[in-house]
Write a protein that binds this ligand. Structure first.
Ligand code: FES
Length: 131
């Protein structure tokens, strides 16, 4: 199980929840009462875009530390393959650049903006609305 922290969705929806690795982020949100706008649920409309940040829990530290460092991404730990469909949608809606999409494909990284309906939970993460 991993921790998913929803932040910025509103008082009642800002919470930390447990999720199974391999679950879809949108389903985790819905199952825990967090509303993320959706239309297609198929990676095409972009309405479920969210900002994501990988987190790592530490038994020695209360809370979480961000481990996001674009220059030193722990590829083996956080390898997340993003489908072309998701990357194309994110580029078309201007959420990421074409270069970011190419880098994500090349290095099997995830971009800081994801489509919740396409995002498979790999590890603990902080999720914020994309505006
Ligand atoms: S709901 Fe349309 S891309 Fe996720």
């Amino acid at each position: 199980m991993v921790n998913i922290i929803f932040c910025g969705f509103g008082d009642e929806m800002d919470k930390r929840v447990l999720a199974k690795q391999g679950d879809v982020l949108l389903r985790v949100a819905m199952n825990n009462g967090v509303t993320i706008p959706t239309e297609c649920k198929d990676g095409l409309c972009g309405s479920c875009a969210v900002k994501v940040e990988e987190l790592e829990s530490s038994p020695d530290v209360k809370g979480f530390e961000s481990t996001v460092d674009p220059d030193a991404w722990d590829k083996d730990k956080y390898t997340t393959y993003m489908e072309d469909k998701e990357l194309n949608t994110l580029v078309e809606m201007g959420a990421i650049s074409k270069k970011e999409a190419e880098t994500a494909q090349q290095y099997a990284q995830q971009t800081p903006i994801r489509l919740a309906c396409q995002c498979i939970v790999k590890g603990s993460m902080l999720v914020k609305p994309f505006e």
